[in-house]
Design a protein around this ligand. Structure first.
Ligand code: UDP
Ligand code: MG
Length: 308
């Protein structure tokens, strides 16, 4: 019988995890044609998540867990879970039941009968999310899809059902700055998109605020596109050209009309503007350099404290 691994990154999910397990058990009992295993990854939770995992593992031998030495982030947790997973199929799911387990049979059908390599899910709406957050999220996908030449779907979740070949491809991308939405698109493979309606998390609270999402989106851009570097060069060239034209105009004006000393406020404005622009462009370059620096150090993506 083929095996399917459910990878679940958890950060402070002591309340949600038992509910997740209960609901998922109900669904997988309706799928006797697959053998299942759970790979819970505790991403350095400060509550009793690790204990909940151990209790579940004692009760149920399908349950495996990986405990991190500290919080490494969801990206690292997903990577670790995929690395530990032994199944022919791997599914990534959130612990808060925002990724409905009822979709599992459909996803399985997509990769077996319908011949896809992967079944991914997307939310068709953003109900229950702050309006401003939805607005920026939409903008992010618009910009990102233009900048990076990979396919990124608005509302896509990390919840996906993948064949082993795809998982191995993802695992072969050992970069330190991980941005899965980009990585999933970059590796390619045929993906079926399954839409579903947004739901609220069952317990606990979200680990994301506006600022952390903003930072995450910038990291995504730096990780999957070098377009900002090109923009910086183009802006630089454009202003060189404008400056050249301005010099010509000024020289002609001085020769024809004499040289009255005027216009220092406009000069001050221009100096400030260009100083800002230069800093902005070196900031862009700096961002890429910082990422390269971290990548060059070759640090491990996560550190395991204990596993079963
Ligand atoms: N998560 C994690 N490490 C983190 C933050 C989140 O493993 O540093 C997990 C979290 O436990 C959950 C999933 O990632 O299972 C999604 O997190 P959350 O529900 O907070 O995000 P949202 O659904 O609000 O985007
Ligand atoms: Mg959630």
């Amino acid at each position: 019988m083929e095996k399917c691994s459910l990878v679940v990154p958890c950060y402070n999910e002591e309340e949600a995890l038992p509910l997740f397990y209960e609901e998922t058990e109900k669904v997988i009992q309706t799928m006797p044609y697959l053998e299942f295993e759970y790979v819970f990854v505790n991403d350095g939770s400060s509550d009793k998540t690790a204990q909940v995992m151990k209790d579940l593992a004692e009760k149920d031998e399908k349950v495996h867990y990986v405990l991190f030495s500290r919080n490494f982030g969801k990206e690292a947790a997903m990577y670790a879970g995929m690395k530990e997973a032994t199944g022919d199929y791997v599914v990534i799911m959130d612990a808060d039941l925002q990724d409905p387990p009822e979709l599992l049979p459909d996803m399985y059908k997509a990769v077996t009968e319908e011949g896809f390599d992967c079944a991914a899910t997307r939310r068709v709406d953003r109900k229950g999310e702050p309006v401003i957050r939805s607005f920026f999220a939409r903008m992010f996908y618009r910009i990102m899809n233009k900048m990076a030449k990979i396919d990124m779907v608005d509302g896509a979740r990390d919840y996906r059902f993948m064949k082993r070949v795809m998982v191995d491809a993802i695992l072969s991308m050992e970069e330190y700055n991980r941005f899965s939405k980009g990585i999933f698109g970059w590796v390619g493979f045929d993906t079926k998109w399954i839409p579903f309606e947004n739901r609220q998390r069952v317990a606990g609270k979200t680990k994301w605020n506006f600022f952390s999402l903003f930072k995450y989106s910038l990291e995504g851009m730096v990780a999957f596109s070098t377009a900002p570097l090109v923009w910086a060069s183009i802006i630089g060239l454009l202003f060189c050209f404008i400056a050249f034209v301005a010099v010509c105009v000024l020289v002609v004006r001085a020769v024809v009309f004499g040289d009255p000393v005027a216009g220092w406020p406009s000069l001050a404005c221009m100096i400030t503007f260009f100083a800002g622009l230069q800093l902005f462009c070196s900031g862009i370059i700096g961002m890429y350099m910082a990422k390269s620096y971290l990548e060059l150090k070759g640090r491990p993506i996560y550190i395991v404290k204990e596993k079963k």
